[in-house]
Design a protein around this ligand. Structure first.
Ligand SMILES: C[S@@+](CC[C@H](N)C(=O)[O-])C[C@H]1O[C@@H](n2cnc3c(N)ncnc32)[C@H](O)[C@@H]1O
Length: 311
């Protein structure tokens, strides 16, 4: 019998449909986490398909390693940020590939590990790094940024409308050390509106996590690299969990599916751009009510899939 998984992979059937892995194929999972998606891909590519799995967090790899041990040398696991995807694939002689999955953000294990500082619902240090050897923590940002830089960060990465009030309150109260301290401070600064669907600190925590892990910049960098690793007909599937990520993926897919990206008012094309992607999911795929009831994390998940076409 299989062990119960610590993290439920979201949109699992939809990811399999989108990537369409076949026996003997080679695929990359750039965010292996607890290995749920990877396990399904290994089953679909049996008996000799291969998966290369990356994660920035060494503790995620420990879990994936245990879970995927039965697949022997069909799975290779690497502690690396997915911006290094191309270099890792080259090092492992793992090119080209028929599919790449990026399941963005954090896992339930990371959220539930209080010492990682991702959750505003428990008392932990203000850390939020996926990679514990990363240079700056959430505490470094809240305690050292200027009030206006802090407000900009909360607005840009959290789409937090009360960013200025929160930044002012943070600067007045620092140094801050714990997640609870920050969550309580934000609640006081914005006041809790009874009708609000989310905790008042949700956007602040999202913004800090994105900044600590440079998430949007790394996503923008990995997408074009990922396309270069695909064989013709190979597919790139990305699951995002908030609008900033989804917009980045959507805009990239749209741009790379066009033969010309000149401004519309320009009469003659001068860009020489050629489409390299065919969009498979015209609209993002979202989770069914049934999946959401079993796994509330799936509520905000959006899957987009595109196929590499030779220009
Ligand atoms: C949502 S979880 C993935 C869950 C996985 N699909 C599963 O089925 O268990 C996201 C994982 O991606 C990792 N991660 C986030 N950003 C990353 C990045 N830029 N490079 C590598 N890993 C990253 C996190 O550490 C986390 O383990």
């Amino acid at each position: 019998m299989e062990e119960p998984a610590p993290h439920s992979p979201v949109l699992l059937d939809e990811v399999l449909k989108g990537l369409n892995p076949q026996p003997g194929q080679r695929l990359i999972d750039g965010t292996i986490g607890a290995g749920g998606h990877a396990q399904a891909i290994l089953k679909a590519t049996a008996p000799n398909g291969q998966v290369l799995g990356l994660d920035a967090d060494p503790s995620a790899l420990d879990i994936a390693r245990q879970r995927l041990a039965p697949y022997g040398d069909r799975i290779s696991l690497v502690n690396a940020n997915f911006v290094q995807l191309a270099a890792v694939a080259r090092d492992y002689d793992f090119l080209p590939v028929q599919g790449i999955l990026l399941d963005l953000g954090l896992s339930s294990m990371q959220l539930n590990a209080v010492e990682r500082g991702f959750s505003f619902q428990s008392e932990g240090p203000l850390d939020m790094r996926y990679d514990p050897s990363g240079t700056s923590t959430a505490a470094d940002l809240v305690n050292n940024l200027s009030q206006s830089d802090l407000a900009d960060l909360l607005y840009q990465f959290g789409e937090e409308r009360r960013s200025r009030a929160i930044a002012r309150a943070i600067v007045a109260a620092r140094p801050l050390h714990s997640t609870r301290e920050l969550a309580n401070l934000v609640s006081r600064a914005v006041g809790s509106r009874q009708k609000a669907k989310i905790h008042p600190a949700t956007r602040t925590f999202q913004a800090l996590r994105i900044a600590v892990n440079d998430e949007l910049e790394r996503l923008s960098k990995v997408l074009p690299k990922a396309v270069t690793l695909l064989s013709p007909g190979g597919r790139l599937a990305v699951i995002s969990f908030h609008s900033l990520e989804d917009r980045t993926v959507k805009d990239f897919f749209k741009r790379e599916s066009k033969d010309c990206i000149c401004p519309p008012e320009q009469p003659i094309c001068t860009c020489d751009h050629r489409a390299t992607l065919h969009i498979i999911t015209q609209k993002p795929v979202t989770a069914s009510e049934q999946e959401i009831s079993l796994n509330p994390r799936a509520r905000s998940a959006k899957l987009r899939v595109a196929e590499y076409t030779e220009s």
